[in-house]
Design a binder for this molecule. Sequence first.
Ligand code: KDG
Ligand code: MG
Length: 402
Amino acid sequence: MKIADAKVIVCSPGRNFVTLKLTTADGISGLGDATLNGRELAVASYLNDHVLPLLAGRDARRIEDTWQYLYKGAYWRRGPVTMTAIAAVDMALWDIRAKSLGVPLYELLGGASREAVLVYGHAGGATIDDTVAAVSRFLQQGYQAVRAQSGIPGLDATYGVGKAKGVYEPATKDAPQETAWSSAMYLNFVPELFARLRKEFGPGVHLLHDVHHRLTPIEAARLGQALEPYHLFWLEDPVPAELPDGFRLIRQHTTTPLAVGEVFNSIYDCQQLLREQLIDYLRATVVHAGGISHLRKIAHLAELFHVRTGCHGATDLSPVSLAAALHFDLSIHNFGIQEYMPHAAATDEVFPHAYRFREGMMHPGDAPGLGVEIDEAKAAAFPYQRAYLPVNRLLDGTLHSW
Ligand code: KDG
Ligand code: MG
């Protein structure tokens, strides 16, 4: 089962995606997502210029050995570009292996640990009333868990509130959008939002919230404490996660569960948070954290410390990533929740897939492999468009985390 062909497909059906397609000499092909939002071409180049020349003739069944070859063999370790490229190769090899055996990937990962996977949707509105209406729409669609974000009085635009109803695509063409931020205004406002949501929807619905790395540890501790009466499923990315020690301080002050890790790219980013039990949910993903092989190691380490998974799943992660995440989620023991934002219709046309949503739960389907393909002719009709994620400034102009 030698790798005979490898190519990188860059397309933009609604937004940019980088996809790796590997094909074996006996004609089995596998897909890997290599999309790094706002820096897509860096990963395409890493793959084309440095990884693909190493793959020709390798045995597609040697998934772990190929992972180690690309990780240790580069000498330069970790980092989002490297780890996203390795993830794409890893996903494609698992896809090929499962297809060669005629089974859905989760069967190779130990089989199903549950019937289906709990997912959460994104509700956002310009005002509290709009957010209440948005949450209500998700509940009508069967969601059991909803992330709620709202515009903040006095600030023009804020994270998580889409430009149009139901749309979350913060990247903008050619240049980054600039948004303004005040932690003081935000901290005064958010408890009011969740008080209202609990009053409207009662205790049965899982509510989540994303701070998007914007607070200091003591501010995050105050927010976690203020939100305790509303029993959040989690408070996400309360502070920038480069400094794991910051979470000790948050943890000393609040029982609100914490989720972190969508920007993590290896087990080394996670290990202190896990070992010291500073978080409750880990958001590392298949695409940015080294693929299925590496994410399984992270999840197994997390299991020792009572930490469950909550994989990142925004629309900048392609249907290939979503499929891989669902196979992973279905199989591991310490699964918590999966983020789910349906892709644009054009994306779904380019990437036909077997996964399905029903009553707030998802299943990867039982097609062999990942259960997702790419229609290359359709992909070619959507050429790459340069796009950037926003930047965020405090009201006095100081650059802040977006
Ligand atoms: O590319 C960045 C987005 O995926 C990120 O802003 C989304 O924070 C996010 C989330 O929780 O989905
Ligand atoms: Mg997030």
